[in-house]
Design a protein around this ligand. Structure first.
Ligand SMILES: Cc1cc2nc3c(=O)[nH]c(=O)nc-3n(C[C@H](O)[C@H](O)[C@H](O)COP(=O)(O)OP(=O)(O)OC[C@H]3O[C@@H](n4cnc5c(N)ncnc54)[C@H](O)[C@@H]3O)c2cc1C
Length: 417
């Protein structure tokens, strides 16, 4: 079959690769001049099946107002309270029944596990050398933060996933350079989590896909889609091309004038920041991933660089100006936990990237509701971890095979009543 993919981030590239492996003729359209230049560019690199990244799927139950408060507390930009943002956050606080939250969390973990397996198989098959390290430490500053994690720890236990609660001395065994352990109450150690360079991986998969015949068109924006008969994509140049299937991997939902999905209100875009700096002294740097529970800031080691990610700006549009308060907090957090690790004068990159969140935290993967048109987007906090899993699940759906995991929890139609 002839299949078009729109978007060459980690999700579009892995989807193209899966479909080419299944024997299809795949064409990728990307509006940027190169692959993985948007959300997949400088993410935190945490590749984890614990599903514990900040703003992952809802994990707590209880009163709607309390849930609302918990979510809005994570918003770092003061102007989030517009009517549209307020509606999304209120809706996002809704599915509070314990059984539902539990099912979503458990599905997310299974999907992340599938993502890690597919990723590992690709890496070992091609013998790629990817920058990576093992383990994640979540730093808790008091008993209340530990209590806030109890439901998630129970999920991990039920899924027979390894974790340990560490006291101060034990933290230093895993992260010897960690500074100020005396002020940390406890840490959760997740040995199965890891850090991997997302952009490096996606560029390697792109090369493998090209060897498999995938045709990449860069600087090519798709401005419209027609789904009568065979789906047709309209290029910015005005040309149209027809395919048996079109898969939209644009991270956020296309505008309604491009594709009428009726799904717009079920997603919100949240921007976050990433600071990247060269490592000055490896002995002062983290070995792998450290997450500060209170601020949701993650510090990771990616090869010879440190990456610090944090902040959550809801639907902040129309400005590229960085919020200095958030950026300064990233610097302060790095210097607090790993003083002397960064070589700032050697070049420090500050980047702001977007993540699209659905109401339940799981991505939209499946039919867009129009013949031959599919979505694979809105991966929220865990897009790098879930990319190869959603590529596999979508390829299985398109080719009519039984899917490695049930497809309903990801169906784009699940929010339409
Ligand atoms: C600061 C930050 C930290 C993160 N940390 C982690 C982490 O530690 N672990 C983790 O698992 N995930 C993390 N994520 C999430 C993860 O990076 C994303 O979910 C993932 O990269 C999304 O990949 P994607 O391919 O869907 O999107 P993108 O990489 O954004 O790719 C979409 C592509 O579609 C193209 N496009 C859009 N519209 C069109 C059009 N009309 N025509 C042609 N092309 C188009 C865009 O140019 C873009 O290249 C983080 C994200 C951010 C922002």
């Amino acid at each position: 079959m002839k299949i078009a993919i729109v978007g060459a981030g980690v999700v579009g590239i892995t989807t193209a690769h899966e479909l080419a492996e299944a024997g299809h003729a795949v064409t990728v359209f990307e509006k940027n001049g190169a692959a993985s230049e948007s959300s997949s560019f400088a993410n935190g690199g945490i590749h984890c099946n614990s599903f514990t990244l900040p703003l992952s799927a809802s994990t707590f139950t209880g009163h709607k107002l309390r849930r609302f408060w918990q979510t809005t507390r994570q918003m770092s930009h003061s102007n989030w309270a517009t009517p549209a943002n307020f509606r999304w956050l209120w809706a996002q606080s809704s599915p509070a029944e314990a059984a539902k939250v539990c099912a979503i969390q458990s599905y997310g973990q299974q999907m992340a596990r599938l993502g890690m397996e597919v990723t590992d198989t690709l890496i070992s098959h091609h013998q790629w050398e990817i920058e990576q390290s093992e383990g994640q430490l979540i730093l808790l500053s008091n008993e209340a933060e530990l209590n806030g994690y109890s439901a998630r720890l129970q999920f991990l236990k039920d899924a027979e996933q390894n974790y340990r609660l560490l006291d101060r001395e034990e933290m230093e065994v895993h992260e010897p350079a960690l500074h100020g352990a005396d002020k940390i109450f406890k840490a959760i150690h997740l040995p199965g989590d890891r850090v991997m360079n997302c952009r490096q991986f996606s560029l390697l998969v792109k090369q493998a896909a090209q060897r498999n015949g995938v045709d990449f068109h860069f600087d090519t924006e798709i401005t419209g889609l027609q789904a009568q008969g065979k789906p047709q994509v309209r290029l910015k140049t005005g040309d149209t091309q027809s395919f048996d299937h079109v898969v939209i991997c644009t991270e956020s939902l296309p505008r309604e004038d491009v594709l009428k999905t009726g799904l717009q209100t079920s997603t919100a875009r949240i921007d976050s920041y990433a600071l990247s700096a060269a490592i000055r002294e490896p002995l002062n740097a983290p070995r792998s991933a450290v997450q500060d529970c209170r601020s949701g800031i993650t510090i990771t080691r990616i090869g010879k660089r440190l990456r610090v990610c944090g902040g959550a700006e809801l639907n902040k549009s129309g400005t590229n100006e960085h919020d200095k308060r958030v950026v300064n907090k990233l610097f302060r957090t790095l210097d607090q936990y790993f003083p002397g690790a960064a070589n700032y004068p050697a070049g420090t990159q500050i980047w702001r990237g977007s993540r699209t969140f659905t109401l339940d935290g799981l991505p939209l993967v499946g039919s867009a509701g129009l013949p031959g048109v599919w979505l694979n987007l809105a991966h929220g906090a865990n897009g790098w971890t879930l990319a190869t899993a959603s590529a596999r699940l979508l390829s299985e759906q398109i080719t009519g095979q039984s899917t490695s995991l049930p497809s309903e929890p990801l169906s784009p139609q699940r929010f339409i009543r």
